[in-house]
Write a protein that binds this ligand. Sequence first.
Ligand SMILES: [Zn+2]
Length: 198
Amino acid sequence: MFPKNFQKLINHFSDLPSIGPKQAERLVLYLFKQSREKTEDFAQDLHDFATEVRFCERCFHLAEEDNFCAICRNTKRDQTKICVTEDPLDVISIEKTNSYQGLYHVLGGNLSVMSPEEIKRLKIDELIARVKKEKTQEVIVATNPTTDGDTTALYLARTLKPLGVKVFRLGRGMPTGGDIEYADGITLSSALEGRKEM
Ligand SMILES: [Zn+2]
């Protein structure tokens, strides 16, 4: 029904979360109506995004050009602390509070089911390797305050404490069932401040 290349783009947009087929058609029509220059600029940015943005080899936060993210490259950061999050957007939220100077480790999700495959999918082995190899003294588990986030935190505490590091969970104030990504700066700062040893 649509020209082939128009339909191809509709298919890409439909693949995005919360975009239905009708909405995808409307977005592509909108793009088509833009100036050619603007559309080509968008295409170029999409290409650069695909080729340049990657996961940091050390902490799995977002990196570009280099294989390490800006936080890992900053030697002034406190190398004795690792804050563990579910995804890179949580790192961004915590960074915005300006109240944490340590390093991060992005798991890439949480343990909704404690199966060996599930554990393998997350960057937990990589975290254990870092704790063994780096100068880590404190691990602050900042997974979301949900059942799955709590399960993940307990699993990490059990795994990491025998390695001789202190493991903390974000303090009270974070709404139960909430999402760190959407927590306001003051709530996040005080949750970091009031972290509890596990
Ligand atoms: Zn990094």
